[in-house]
Every structure is written in C-alpha cells, then in structure tokens.
Design a protein around this ligand. Structure first.
Ligand SMILES: [Zn+2]
Length: 474
C-alpha cells in the first residue's frame, strides 16, 4: 500500500509522492524560544518526529528543517524586562528545547535555523515583494498587501469577505491599507537597539515579522517549492496562510505541496497539574511530578491519531506508562526466551497479519494508535504461546521483527540499555544502606556515579525516586 497523508490544502488523504523520487524536503514550524515549550507544542514536535520516522520506514531520505524563532514580540518584552539582549534572553530556552527533544527521543532534524541568523534572506524576500507591489511601506513598517494575492485563504478554506469583516477590531492602530494586511517588517524603536533587536534594510532599520521568517528559511534550505510543510493546527491561520502568500508572491513558484496539521492538546480541567509560571504544563513539570519522558512520548504520539484532539491528564499518562511497560517487558521476554522445538503455525500467521496491518495503519495517514492496538492484541496471544512453550526459532525472530517495526516509530524499547533499572535499584539500595550506617561519603559517591550515568535521584516521603536526565542537562 502506498503512503497516504492528509493534505490540508485538498482536504483529503492523498497518495504521497515527493518531487524527487526517494527524497523528501520537509519544513516544520519550530519553537518560539521565549519560554519552555508547553506540552501542546511538544505534541506537534513529536508529530513531526513520527512523520519523519515513517518517511524513513517508507524508504525516503529526508531533509528536515525545524526553525527556532528567536525574535518576536514576547521575546522583546521579556528581554527588555530582564535587561538582557534578545540573544542572552533566549539562550537557556533554546538549550531547554534541545534537552526536551532529546528526553522525548525525537530524532534530530537536519537543520535548526534561527531567525536572527537569516535576516538577509528575509530582507531579500521583502525587497522582492516591494518591487512587485505585493508589499508597501507605511510609516517605516512594511506590510504585505493581501489584495495583491487572490489565492489568499486557500489553505484554511477561508472566505475573504468574512476575513475583512472579522478583523476590523485592530484597524485603527495601523496605517494599513486593509485590516488583514500583515507586517513583514517593523520599524526599529529606540529600545530595540539596546536589546540587539534591530537590523539595517533598504526600506529602513527594523526587525522582521514572524511570518516572513519561515518563508525565508524554508526557501534557504529547501528551495522555493518543496514537499511537506507541517505545524500545529493553531498555525494554519494566519501563519501558514501568510507564509504561502509571501513565498508564492516573491518566488513566482508554488510553495509547499502538501500541508499537514496536528490537532490541539487540551489540559484536563479541574485537575491540579503543576504548571510553570506561564500557566501551562511543560515537560519539566511532568518529570518533576514523576512521569517518565517515554510515557509522555507514548501518550503524545500513540494515544490518539495526530488529527484528533487529546486531553492531558494524570490518568492518561499512567495508562501510557503501563503500555510502555508492557511493550518493554515483552521485548525483554523475547530477548531472554529460548526457542521451542516446534512452531505454532497459527501464531506465525497471526504475526504476519499484524506486521502487515501495522504497516498499513502507518501508511494510512500515520495511524499509529490503530497499529499499536493491533500489536497489543497480539501480545496477549504471544505471551500465552510463550507460556505454553509454543514459540520456535521462526516465531521468536518474527516477533522480534515486529517489535523492531513498532520501535522504528515509538522508540521506547531500545531506549535504555537492558538491565539499567535493576542496576539503578541496586545502587539506590546500597546508598540507603550507606546512609543508614551514616557513611555519607559512600552515599554521595553513589549519587555522583548515578549522575554521571544520566540518572538523577530525588528523596521523597515515599522513598527514593529516580529519573533519566537528558545528556545535555548533565
Ligand atoms: Zn512557521
């Protein structure tokens, strides 16, 4: 079966064929590093990871670009309050983003361009838009002229009459020709200079608007026309609509061919889940509450299809942790099993069906939850067959191949060296004994050894808990 992906532009699941056979160019909107990423952002980022992994499974080479927005209004505000340059202000949040991605086992993209490193590309694109009268200068700011781009609204299937009426609220604040025109460039204010947020341009000193960043960086790394553009559904309008208008008006070529959008993540109401200062939950909050990043990963990609809404709750995370445990226990059991004499032909048949079904589910617009469901059904049968010593050499190797298929997307089975948990528990017990004997040097030495191996300990009322710490944070 061919890979089919839901294209927001056409509104249907279409067979996916890259422009160049076996080679996919993919642009995904990345974080604005004004704060820690919240779990909703992480859902979109792991959706990109799932897509990227399945493109690999389907035999494509992938050039994946994920931008870091390191200049926008929130960053300017925060940097000014903190009395820092924008570069100083975003640094810890950019590092935190990479730590979160590593902890969640997202594969690395080929490029992580930062907006402030690509100002000349943005200036060139804005100059081209001005030249062809798709843009105009008003009081030092530069705006895109939506009236010059008749295809505006095609992605979000928007009617332009409604757009104008609906957006009238902020009209008086600007010298725009039309309320829906959006900023490509904002005139430098005196305070922007102090925080390093102003650049020279032929149309006046200033800073880029958010939308132009993605258009310029996508073109730089993938060319004017490329295969896939992804983002969370909240970016579809106006951000992606604006990207299309700018890029196609400036380049005179089609922009992204296929658009994929992942749905919202809601936080369960009435639940006390610890939240960071911004009023949203981050991966750090979940880890501090004792959740394993692998359970968070499983919850975000495998609990629901990427185009369905999901709700974050403690129960859902516990259920995900249980599924992670079951799959890992099963993989562990396969590693330790010795083959039975005979083969169970019916089981072999079932494994083959499930392997095919799993692959078909992923080819059907990345339906990982359905595929994983098939696998969990089989685990019950396979465990019973292992109990009854009915799994021979072929059965074991087919089951291992199935787990490898699943782990190509989930990446939760091979995540740790086998036996790590036992080893950590043993060292924790030894440290407890040392503390009870008031041998604090030994206790500290054990904590330090675990820290070197990427394990952090937390003393709590219930005893000692441990968690993995991403390499970058050690
Ligand atoms: Zn973007």
């Amino acid at each position: 079966m061919a890979l089919r992906l839901h294209n927001t532009l056409t509104g249907s699941k279409d067979v996916f064929e890259p422009l160049e056979r076996g080679h996919v160019g993919m642009y995904t909107c990345g974080p604005t590093v004004w704060n820690f990423a919240h779990v909703g952002n992480l859902r979109a980022f792991l959706f990109y990871d799932l897509l990227r992994r399945h493109l690999h499974v389907a035999g494509h080479r992938v050039v994946h670009v994920m931008n870091l927005t390191d200049i926008d209004d929130r960053i300017l505000d925060q940097a000014m309050h903190a009395n820092k340059t924008i570069a100083e202000y975003v640094k810890p949040y950019a590092s935190a983003f990479f730590e979160d991605m590593a902890a969640l086992r997202a594969q690395q993209a080929e490029h992580y361009p930062r907006a402030t490193d690509h100002i000349p590309d943005m200036v060139a694109m804005i100059s081209a838009l001005l030249e062809h009268e798709h843009a105009y200068v008003a009081d030092g700011d530069v705006y895109f002229r939506i009236a010059s781009f008749p295809a505006y609204g095609a992605l979000s299937h928007l009617d332009r009459g409604g757009l104008r009426a609906g957006a009238r609220v902020a009209a008086d604040k600007y010298d725009k020709e039309s309320v829906s025109d959006f900023a490509l460039w904002k005139k430098a204010q005196p305070e922007d200079e102090r925080i390093g947020a102003a650049w020279d341009a032929p149309f006046g000193r200033g800073r880029p608007g958010w939308h132009i960043e993605c258009s310029a960086m996508a073109k730089r790394y993938l060319g004017a026309t490329f295969d896939l553009h992804c983002g969370g559904i909240d970016l579809m309008f106006p951000h992606h609509e604006n990207e299309i208008a700018q890029s196609e008006a400036a380049n005179h070529k089609p922009f992204a061919r296929v658009w994929l959008h992942s749905e919202h993540l809601a936080e369960a109401t009435g639940e006390k889940m610890s939240k960071s200062a911004g009023g949203f939950t981050t991966l750090r909050d979940l880890i501090a509450a004792g959740h394993d990043p692998l359970s968070v990963r499983f919850f975000l990609i495998a609990n629901a299809h990427y185009r369905s809404r999901i709700r974050l709750s403690t129960d859902a995370l516990h259920a995900a942790a249980e599924q992670v445990r079951r799959l890992r226990d099963f993989a562990d059991r396969l590693r330790r099993s010795t083959p039975a004499q005979g083969e169970d032909e019916a089981l072999l048949q079932r494994i083959s069906e499930v392997r095919n079904g799993y692959r078909e589910a992923l080819d059907d617009d990345l339906n990982l939850p359905y595929g994983v469901g098939l696998v969990f059904e089989l685990l019950r049968e396979a465990n019973a067959a292992l109990d009854g010593d009915r799994v021979g050499e072929r059965g074991l190797s087919e089951l291992r191949a199935l787990i490898d298929d699943v782990d190509a997307h989930l990446d939760i089975v091979s995540a740790d060296e086998p036996g790590l948990a036992d080893e950590v528990e043993r060292l924790i017990a030894e440290r407890e004994a040392a503390r009870a004997a008031r041998d604090f040097d030994r206790a500290d030495a054990i904590r330090e050894e675990l820290r070197r191996r990427g394990i952090a300990l937390e003393d709590s009322k219930e005893g000692v808990r441990w968690k993995r710490v991403p390499a970058a944070a050690r």
